[in-house]
Design a binder for this molecule. Structure first.
Ligand code: HPA
Length: 241
């Protein structure tokens, strides 16, 4: 079953025959919306909670991934908004990232030692599942939605936005989009053997890359239009399963 781990801008989503369920995990209770999308069973978790109560550094990723596992989810498509650091990822565009540089600190980022799985150094050479990425790219072709087929995702700690110098450093590190949420969830999914890929929606130029200051009204506008495409892409990838 597909799990959809939805970020900002998709909190209003509903499913056919949708019902809320509370899943108990060793890491706390997790709300999950179960139902059908395009006739397929799916499980949805709103990463920040329906009322957006979790800031990026507070997201209970272990409970979220464990809840998916308990429900039999074997692949997760996550969504996230990002700041653009390359022309190919300009605001208003979607990308399916293929790499991550993790700049987060102090997040609870492994199940190792919790007694819930065999301790292991996961192979994380390719942090996103290649087959799932292909499925998203195929879905984008059939839906005629333009997505960039790769991007290096910088994951920052937040919740503050970056300084201009931090953005310059991340660009020098080879990063192309910046967000606050892909880690640790991508690694936790891999530890649990759940395939994981992400749709990134660029909603602003990263700090220092545009002439004007970051403008939240403009961000909201990009968010509204780009989220329609994200939603369509999710529908198509699920229906093509
Ligand atoms: N930085 C980090 N996370 C983000 C940004 C950004 O500029 N835009 C949307 N999420």
């Amino acid at each position: 079953m597909f799990g959809l781990l939805l970020g900002s801008g998709l909190e209003h989503l509903t499913l056919e025959a949708g019902e809320e369920k509370i899943v108990k995990t060793p890491y706390g209770e997790q709300e999950v919306l179960l139902g059908r999308l395009q006739g397929q069973d799916v499980a949805v978790i709103f990463r920040h909670g329906k009322d957006h109560r979790f800031a990026p550094h507070q997201v209970p990723s272990k409970a979220q991934l464990m809840a998916f596992k308990a429900l039999g989810v074997d692949r997760v498509i996550a969504t996230g908004t990002v700041g653009a650091m390359s022309a190919e990822n300009a605001p208003g565009h979607l990308s399916i990232p293929d790499q991550i540089v993790d700049y987060t600190t102090g997040r609870d980022s492994s199940f190792w030692g919790d007694g819930v799985l065999a301790n292991t150094h996961i192979d994380f050479t390719c942090p996103f599942d290649q087959d799932l990425r292909e499925a998203l790219l195929n879905a984008s072709h059939s839906a005629k939605i333009y997505v960039r087929d790769r991007a290096v995702y910088a994951c920052t700690q937040g919740p503050r936005l970056e300084t201009a110098a931090e953005v310059r450093r991340m660009v020098m590190d080879g990063c192309e989009v910046v967000g606050m949420t892909a880690m640790p969830e991508a690694a936790l999914a891999r530890e649990l053997g759940i395939r994981y890929a992400m749709i990134c929606a660029s909603v602003n130029w990263a700090a220092g890359l545009a002439d004007e200051a970051l403008d939240f009204e403009a961000i909201k506008e990009h968010m509204t239009s780009v989220m329609k495409s994200v939603w369509r892409l999710l529908e198509v990838v699920v229906s093509q399963d």
